[in-house]
Design a protein around this ligand. Structure first.
Ligand code: NAP
Length: 278
């Protein structure tokens, strides 16, 4: 029997590309999105079943899971991909905007996972793949709220891994680099539109924006394909591996974060974001 994956946020970006990739590999795909009118990026494969799921709406989570199991009989893999970035100066962000960031990136993934775990327990197997970010490992200026949400996703995944290991259920974390060519950057501007500018930060912000532009132009041409491939590899990996960092833009930063002392890393990041820009 073909294996089945349920993916959240398949209206665009990694989610849409992953849905098509899994279908090409012969998997059944429950391609979920909050607005099913946005399914045009999905191929016409008969393996793809589109279902409405808003990660902030628990009723829609349960009905998408039930409909997917009814259609394909079983779910083997969950990809918690839905998410967005709230970028800007922390002081400018409203409480509501911050809560919303956590509602989607953290509580959304938790709610979908909790809804699917009884099915995985019954099957004594299952793989949960959480799409985090390099920003889930290290802080970046103007990204502190997004950082907080992805750090939370990573901490939850790491702790949950131990709970699920004894049940035969695996958990994986994917850490793509930044500003890759998906719908992600388009949404960033809209999300931070309500931020009130604070003059004191302006000189720093100008410098940081320059660095982000350079990082964006340095991203791998095939970064989205690499992320999608790593999601697929994580689904079929028999090992106990927890983390995958598929794109070369973030790899040296993650290596420095994990392989050097805190002092050295902070110096490295200060150099990256401040000192080297005139
Ligand atoms: P994207 O093209 O904007 O896709 C994000 C997806 O999440 C869209 O399908 C969006 O649906 C969905 N979504 C947002 N809120 C949702 C909700 N409440 N319920 C259900 N779906 C919701 O961006 P992407 O780059 O593919 O992002 C996918 C994941 O990768 C995110 O978790 C993001 O944080 C992570 N990531 C992205 C990058 C990057 O540079 N692109 C880097 C590192 C990590 P709508 O169309 O309805 O908004």
């Amino acid at each position: 029997m073909n294996k089945t994956v349920l993916i959240t946020g398949t209206s665009s970006g990694f989610g849409a590309s992953a849905a098509n990739f899994f279908a090409e590999k012969g998997w059944n795909v429950i391609a979920t999105m909050r607005d099913t009118g946005k399914a045009s990026g999905l191929s016409n494969s008969e393996n793809i079943f589109v279902s409405q799921l808003d990660v902030e709406d628990t009723a829609s989570i349960h009905s998408a899971i039930d409909a997917g199991i009814k259609r394909f009989g079983k779910i083997d893999v969950l990809v918690n991909n839905a998410g967005y970035g709230l970028f800007g100066i922390f002081e400018s962000a409203s409480r509501e905007a911050i809560q919303n960031q956590f509602a989607v990136n953290v509580f959304g993934a938790m709610d979908v996972t909790r809804a699917l775990l009884p099915h995985f327990r019954e099957n004594k197997s299952g793989v949960i793949i959480n799409v985090s970010s390099g920003a889930g490992v290290t802080g970046f200026p103007m990204a502190s709220i997004y950082n907080a949400s992805k750090f939370a996703l990573e901490g939850w995944s790491e702790g949950l891994r131990y709970e699920l290991h004894s049940l035969g259920i695996k958990i994986r974390i994917i850490e793509p680099g930044g500003a890759l060519k998906t719908g992600f950057m388009n949404r960033v501007g809209g999300e931070s539109a309500g931020f009130q500018p604070i003059d004191d930060y302006m000189p720093f912000l100008g410098k940081v924006n320059q660095v982000f532009e350079v990082l964006q132009t340095n991203a791998d041409e095939d970064a989205v394909d690499k992320v999608v491939k790593s999601i697929y590899d994580a689904a079929i990996d028999e090992s106990t591996r927890l983390r995958y960092a598929p794109t070369s833009d973030i790899q040296p930063i993650l290596k420095a974060r994990r392989g050097t002392s805190e002092e050295e890393f902070i110096e490295f990041t200060d150099n990256l974001f401040i000192s080297k820009i005139s």
